[in-house]
Design a protein around this ligand. Sequence first.
Ligand code: ADP
Ligand code: ADP
Length: 231
Amino acid sequence: MIKIDNLIKVYDTGSIQVEALKKINLDIDKGEFVAIMGPSGSGKSTFMNILGCLDRPSGGKYRLDGEKIEELNDVQLAAIRNKKIGFVFQSFNLLPRMSALKNVELPMMYAGISPKIRAERAIAALERVGLGDRMHHKSNELSGGQRQRVAIARSLVNDPAIILADEPTGNLDTKSGNEIMGIFQELNEEGSTVILVTHEADIAAYGKRIVSFRDGEIVEDRLVEQRTIIS
Ligand code: ADP
Ligand code: ADP
């Protein structure tokens, strides 16, 4: 699904050039659950921005479902992004005075889907993340964990090929964070491809594969051992 060859990103800030990604090679198959780790400044955000079609590489190739991403113009890139990628952010990025339901409907409004279908799909997505009883609450009336559930529901409604989550538990307490990771795990078990960035090893351990960045390079790529959950 994702095939990345010799991907390079250079930021040209005028006086200096920053080589944020140095010839990255990475393949990710449909149905994977990948955690991206690495210290601050190692290139994780740059890589996620390119994966999510928010930014273009300076060199190399990026194939997403066969599309040659590096050859697309801004309009084509935005179209691929809206169709293929579901984003979940650390800061939730919800409209605070709007209901959970309306927040989840937003990406479908941009996609021109009829009000009836929008509502049906938004309700199904909110029920999917366990918020069926909170959908008429404004997002600023919800807890952090509940807000992140709304954001996950929103990321699902256009049926994306990939869910990209950037530090999705960064603003949550441990319990809520674990609940959110449980939702990603379930979505992955149902077939969604999930890629997340995290600083925390405990959170990364929910993934099936951990890719570690350092100084713009991949320094480790390993499968997570199956955990035995003792309850
Ligand atoms: P571009 O060269 O793509 O136009 P900019 O330099 O304008 O990018 O910065 C784009 C964004 O990245 C801005 O929000 C800026 O705050 C942020 N940014 C700029 N320099 C750095 C840096 N050295 N490290 C991290 N983020 C940066
Ligand atoms: P991480 O997400 O791992 O903290 P980043 O991808 O934000 O790493 O940054 C990788 C490198 O690229 C850093 O050296 C950072 O300062 C630089 N960088 C990131 N964004 C920009 C930008 N917009 N302009 C210039 N330099 C940037």
